[in-house]
Design a protein. Structure first.
Length: 681
């Protein structure tokens, strides 16, 4: 037998050639092959074919992301997006959203109406029934019908139908009114001609989500629906959105109106101004614009402003929210970054070369809306845009307009550029500190730039005064005892850590400076031995704003450094609100009650008492601030303590008053209103 024959006879390997000194190996028997068991329990009869809309009911998460509250409200988004497509295409001028007490949500528009004639492929069904009961059926695949639309999936309204206990569609076309009823995706009869109509056109979809899918008790949240509807009106100034909600669905504490009309000709600029109403702007003007020819297949609208806070970008494609961003946001970001860098080169600002996209966007509030043909999204819920051309469309539209905006107003452009460069410097400083920490076992102590430290080397007897703003910081620095008193100015109101995520806390520069100045770490990393000062003194203005800032700081210490409070290190300064002078005598009053007391006792019967009210610590002379608030021999301070037996109650109170539920604060005000008196509003 040849080697070839031997191989095919069953030998699994070919060995090296044998020499004469090697004995011949014993012949090997072929291994028996185990028979493959064939089960009669699994056959062609076990192969299940899901037809129609049954796949949607079996796996709703594949189509709307789940069955939670967010997914429930996604049904509304799918229906109103169809109406918005009609409006953007110029066929509808208004959309009506109505939530009834029986749980039905109705969306009506005055567009062209869904076609009702027989479908050429399904002769026994109308086009309306095909659209409502067939996945990937719709009028958005052909750009002749919709130049832009909220996606090409063709599953939106059919998915809503599949996941609804009942859905009723009414269409007014050619002065005729048609109606068809569906239950859990199945038509309950053919399309019905209801009768003639003279003054009506468009589509009305009324549906009730299925309890079998979303669980018993699942209901639409009026406030959430209102917010979604209002955002659509901002995105397209040519549409009016009308809102109606059954009064019995609104509680007394709910600020959602029963009826409202939204129409915003200013578009995204109005949207952004509303969101930034309470924020301190870096520049006063909003950079906004719109172009209808940003490339061959799209249009872009944008609005952006910079402010002293955590930045955000809210983006949309064909009026569909894209909370995870995508290619259009990338183009928007590139345009702003490259525009600022180019302006820096134009003005010979060499530091402009160090800025990155993160530096530009970290404190930018941006709104971006693009309209493009045949958009591609990541997933059916359309949370992220994947169309590559959108990057070029957005960058082309925004970049040219941004260049003109910067050069037209050099003062605000220079201010913005310096602000962004400061963000870049801070980023580089943090990176350098991380590099130093990795490269050396003993890290060199680095302190915030605005900290005026004391000269003492030990923490015993030292004090850190946390003050509000640079103005107060300047007075405090002159009034302090440099040997044992340090001053750290903070800019305005700090982040409320009770309702902010951990990522926001870590990214907040003011809190980072404070943590760095203290040197003791936070939470599980807190080290009493590393605390750089014996006393931490919160020193704010003697007014409502000052009290608010103090409460935010106390909340921060209670949440992040509770051991610092338990160790007896946290204090509140008590600066005066009034200065009373008569002749050669001068006294200070903490508040109105103290002022009245001094007037009735010390100055009683004396004429020409001069009463001055301090608007803030920054207006006090350093000598006055030292005499009244910082000199240990004359000042009054309050020690912040936590009663250990009442820790649970304290936690509840902090969460109630400082957390992210405004209704809890409202209840607290109601419960304690009887104890408030003589309020100076």
């Amino acid at each position: 037998m040849s080697a070839k024959d031997d191989l095919f006879a069953g030998n699994a390997a070919v060995s090296a050639p044998m020499t004469q000194d090697e004995p011949a190996p014993a012949p090997q028997k072929p291994r028996p092959v185990a028979p493959v068991a064939v089960s009669d329990d699994y056959s062609a009869a076990d192969i299940e074919v899901l037809e129609g809309l049954e796949p949607v009911r079996r796996r709703p998460g594949m189509y709307i992301g789940g069955t939670d509250e967010k997914a429930l409200h996604h049904l509304f988004a799918e229906v109103i997006d169809n109406s918005m497509d009609e409006a953007v295409a110029g066929h509808a001028t208004w959309i009506d959203v109505s939530l009834s007490g029986d749980g039905y949500l109705t969306i009506t528009d005055n567009g062209r109406g869904i076609p009702v004639d027989p479908h050429p492929k399904f002769k026994d069904k109308s086009a309306l029934e095909v659209i409502m009961t067939t996945l990937h059926a719709g009028g958005k695949f052909d750009s002749k019908v919709y130049e832009t639309s909220g996606g090409l999936h063709g599953v939106g309204i059919s998915v809503v139908n599949a996941l609804s206990e009942e859905l009723i569609v009414e269409v007014a076309r050619s002065r005729k009114l048609y109606r068809q009823i569906f239950r859990r995706g199945h038509a309950q009869g053919p399309l019905e001609l209801v009768g003639d109509t003279q003054n009506r056109r468009g589509t009305q979809v009324s549906f009730k989500p299925d309890d079998q899918i979303f669980g018993k008790g699942a209901k639409f949240v009026p406030a959430r629906l209102l917010k979604m509807a209002r955002s659509k009106a901002y995105l397209f100034g040519g549409v009016e959105i009308r809102w109606h909600c059954a009064p019995e669905l609104l509680s007394e504490k709910d600020e959602t109106p029963a009826e409202a009309v939204f129409h915003f000709p200013g578009g995204l600029r109005d949207f952004l101004n509303e969101r930034l109403t309470k924020e301190r702007r870096v520049v006063d003007d909003v950079f906004f614009g719109r172009t209808d020819n940003a490339g061959k297949h799209g249009s872009v609208e944008w609005a952006v402003s910079w402010f002293a806070g955590d930045g955000f970008v809210s983006s949309y494609c064909n009026t569909v929210p894209t909370p995870e961003g995508g290619t259009h946001e990338a183009g928007f970001r590139y345009a702003l970054l490259r525009g600022l860098k180019a302006y820096g080169e134009l003005t010979n600002n060499k530091k402009a070369s160090i800025i990155t996209g993160d530096d530009v966007m970290t404190s930018a509030g941006g709104m971006l809306s693009v309209f493009i043909r045949e958009p591609e999204f990541v997933g059916q819920t359309k949370d992220k845009l994947a169309t590559n051309e959108a990057t070029r469309i957005a960058e082309t539209a925004v970049r040219d307009a941004f260049d003109h905006w910067l050069t037209a107003s050099p003062n605000q452009a220079n201010k913005l550029l310096e602000w962004v460069i400061d963000r870049a410097d801070e980023r580089l400083r943090r990176r350098q500190e991380k590099d130093v920490a990795r490269k050396t076992a003993v890290r060199k102590l680095r302190l915030p730039g605005k900290l005026a430290d004391c000269s003492a080397n030990q923490s015993d007897g030292t004090e850190l005064f946390i003050v509000e703003g640079d103005s107060a910081g300047g007075s405090a620095k002159q009034a302090r005892n440099r040997s044992n008193q340090a001053v750290l100015p903070l800019r305005g109101k700090i982040l409320n850590v009770a309702n902010a995520g951990r990522d926001k806390l870590v990214a907040n520069q003011q809190l980072a400076d404070l943590i760095q100045a203290l040197g003791c770490g936070t939470r599980s990393q807190y080290r009493e031995s590393d605390l750089r000062y014996e006393k931490i003194v919160i020193m704010t203005d003697a007014d409502v704003d000052g009290a608010h800032i103090a409460s935010l700081l106390i909340t921060f210490f209670y949440r992040e450094m509770p051991e610092l409070i338990r160790g007896g290190h946290l204090f509140l300064a008590v600066p005066p609100l009034y200065r009373l002078s008569q002749g050669g005598k001068t006294l200070y009053a903490r508040d109105d009650a103290h002022k009245d007391e001094l007037m009735d006792t010390v100055f009683k019967g004396k004429s020409k008492v001069e009463i001055g009210r301090f608007k803030g610590l920054g207006e006090m002379l350093p000598a006055q601030l030292k005499e009244t608030t910082m000199d240990p021999s004359k000042r009054t301070m309050l020690k912040v303590v936590v009663e250990e037996e009442a820790v649970t109650d304290t936690n509840d109170t902090v969460e109630r008053l400082m957390g992210n539920k405004p209704e809890a604060r409202f209840r607290f005000i109601q419960d304690n209103a009887e104890f408030a008196e003589d309020l100076d509003i």
